[in-house]
Design a protein around this ligand. Structure first.
Ligand code: DQA
Length: 148
């Protein structure tokens, strides 16, 4: 069975409470359940990881190599704009990844326009709200790269 790891970075544990006018009112738990249910329909296993700590996210990405993860969906949150370490980890494991942002980072403050992590990903989805996670999942499930 194919396995997809969904990683959420700092402050995304606060979804539902955090700036609902930007990120909506859905909690991270609800988003994870939504992804899990959608993945089950494709016969794909999901694992979820959230951390507020850069090194823990790097460790998790590196562990994907041994754990035979087939694809990664990652919202690096604020680390998107700062983390060479997360970008390098994604490049190191060479597992296809899609970067997701709930908000449209290009419509927001200038410091959010640049993603250091996106160049290590297959693509980036932003501004589609929580549907972005499902769009990423469907890409992987319908793409022969992981659903052989
Ligand atoms: C975010 C956008 C980032 O700029 C921000 O730091 C986040 C969330 C998003 O999902 O829209 O924490 O990644």
């Amino acid at each position: 069975m194919k396995k997809i790891l969904v990683i959420n970075g700092p402050n995304l544990n606060m979804l539902g409470v955090r700036e609902p006018e930007i990120y909506g009112k859905t909690t991270l738990k609800d988003i994870e359940n939504m992804i899990k249910n959608a993945a089950e329909k494709y016969g794909v296993l999901t694992e979820f990881f959230q951390s507020n700590h850069e090194g823990d996210i790097v460790d998790k990405i590196c562990s994907c190599f041994e754990n035979k993860v087939d694809a990664i969906i990652i919202n690096p949150a604020a680390y998107t704009h700062t983390s060479v370490a997360i970008r390098d980890a994604l490049s190191a494991v060479k597992i296809p990844a899609i970067e997701v942002h709930i908000s449209n980072i290009h419509l927001r403050e200038e410091f959010r326009h640049k993603s250091l992590t996106a160049p290590a990903c297959v693509g980036q989805i932003c501004g589609l709200g929580i549907y972005g996670y499902i769009a990423a999942l469907e890409y992987f499930c319908k793409n022969k790269e992981i659903s052989k």
